[in-house]
Design a protein around this ligand. Structure first.
Ligand SMILES: Cc1ncc(COP(=O)(O)O)c(C=O)c1O
Length: 420
């Protein structure tokens, strides 16, 4: 396969022009190409496995995995087959199809802390439902979240406050990730009214170096919840099934009371889940949780097939091994060139920035050259590894990264800063 992407993108440009008149601001949200680099491809033509093609036909090794959902790569045959089979029976019916029960049984079997499952469509549905369940269970109101952590784009959690009124965010208080004292202090301020504490598996805030969880922090938050009766809510929407085949805090030995899932659980089909401990079952059965598409079968069939493949192929270990080789290769190439980098996060979800690159000038240059060389990644957000990535893809990725690091070293006016 040829992976040359220096071509102009006339079709992308034409679509952007049409989009500008019928989509507000052009393409909105996290997929807006202005967040990549000038001239980045906005529109995707097709995708297969670990590769995708922009609308102009340029091919890329995909290190974003559609921002997480593609755990097994695009259009995985086992998933597509399961979806086609379910679709031939019923997708959006007057009630759920049997796959809903099968999937709930499966998730309860796979995820240690889970005694039951509820389904929805997006990660924001799942995190929001977790807050509702914590309040229903405790009859209290305050929820703690880490300052700057992303839990979705609804008014209570969107990072952009435009259109949000203070009431939307009432009854929320914040702590600093990995700083147990800050959690204890916030809990003390809201003593008697603490319904839940939301934690991310690791600190994966976009635009900041990532931080793995301090086990003492995770244990301390769990103990605080045990002591106060507040529920520990793990937002596994982004990390789910990339860090562990189970909840992402299982390797730490910490069981949340509720976990929120979406993104990868159905390999690109729209599905979210809330998994919960036995003690939250009564509250979960009491709230009114529903949506027009929340019971649709195709995505649930996709999820069952995704879990089958992950299990059969030890997919989590495969992603971690590939990600580790990528990580080591990046570090080695940066060292060889004397380029200072910040490579943080988890092997399956790495994040690369350059020191003092506050305006992301170097990050954008790096990502643009990677794309020119056939590797798609993001300058401002963590990347995602899938099981579809091959040894050849690793070679392409490391060669592209080498070219991109060369470009960073050559960037006028920045060499001194890098040398220093
Ligand atoms: C940690 C986390 N929680 C929640 C969400 C919200 O998910 P969605 O965009 O599907 O609503 C995201 C999405 O990126 C996320 O990364």
């Amino acid at each position: 396969v040829s992976l040359i992407t220096l071509n102009p993108r006339p079709l992308d440009r034409a679509l952007r022009e049409r989009a500008a008149s019928v989509l507000p601001g052009g393409v909105y949200g996290h997929v807006a190409a202005d967040l990549l680099w000038p001239g980045a491809p906005q529109f995707v033509g097709r995708a297969e496995g670990a590769h995708f093609w922009d609308v102009d036909g340029n091919e890329y090794v995909d290190l974003m995995c559609s921002w997480g959902p593609l755990l097994l790569g695009h259009r995985h045959p086992a998933v597509e087959e399961a979806v086609a089979r379910q679709h031939g029976l019923v997708d959006c019916g007057n009630g759920p199809s049997p796959v809903m029960v099968e999937l709930a049984e499966r998730l309860v079997g796979v995820v240690d802390h889970a005694a039951w499952a509820m389904f929805a469509k997006n990660g924001s549905d799942a995190t929001t439902l977790c807050l509702t369940l914590a309040r229903a269970h405790t009859s209290r109101t305050t929820i703690l979240t880490a300052g700057g952590a992303y839990h979705g784009a609804l008014p209570w959690c969107t990072p952009v406050a435009c259109g949000v009124v203070p009431g939307d965010r009432a009854h929320l208080a914040h702590y600093v990730y990995n700083d147990l004292d800050s959690v204890l202090a916030a809990a003390e301020t809201h003593a008697g009214d603490l319904a839940g504490i939301v934690v991310s598996p690791f600190k994966h805030d976009a635009g900041f170096d990532q931080e793995l969880p301090d086990p003492a922090f995770a244990r301390g938050v769990r103990e605080l919840c045990d002591r106060t009766g507040a529920l520990l809510i793990l937002d596994d929407v982004r990390c789910g099934f990339r860090i562990a085949y189970g909840s992402s805090w299982e390797p730490l030995g910490i069981a949340p009371d509720l976990s929120a899932w979406s993104k990868g659980i159905a390999n690109g089909y729209a599905l979210a889940a809330v998994l919960g401990a036995e003690r939250v079952r009564a509250a979960a059965a009491s709230v009114f949780a529903t949506g027009s598409f929340w019971f649709s079968g195709d995505a649930m069939a996709a999820s069952l097939a995704t879990l089958d493949v992950l299990e059969r192929e030890d997919g989590v270990a495969a992603m971690q091994a590939w990600g580790r080789r990528l990580w080591d290769g990046i570090e080695a190439q940066a060292r060889e060139r004397g380029v200072a980098i910040n490579l943080t996060g988890h092997a399956t979800m790495p994040y690369l920035t350059f020191p003092d690159d506050d305006d992301y000038a170097l990050g954008e240059l790096f990502a643009a050259v990677c794309a020119r060389e056939g590797l798609f990644l993001h300058p401002r957000h963590n990347w995602f590894v899938s099981t579809a990535l091959s040894d050849t893809d690793l070679d392409v990725a490391l060669r592209a990264i080498g070219c991109a690091l060369d470009a960073v070293v050559a960037a006028p006016g920045r060499v001194a800063a890098l040398d220093g």
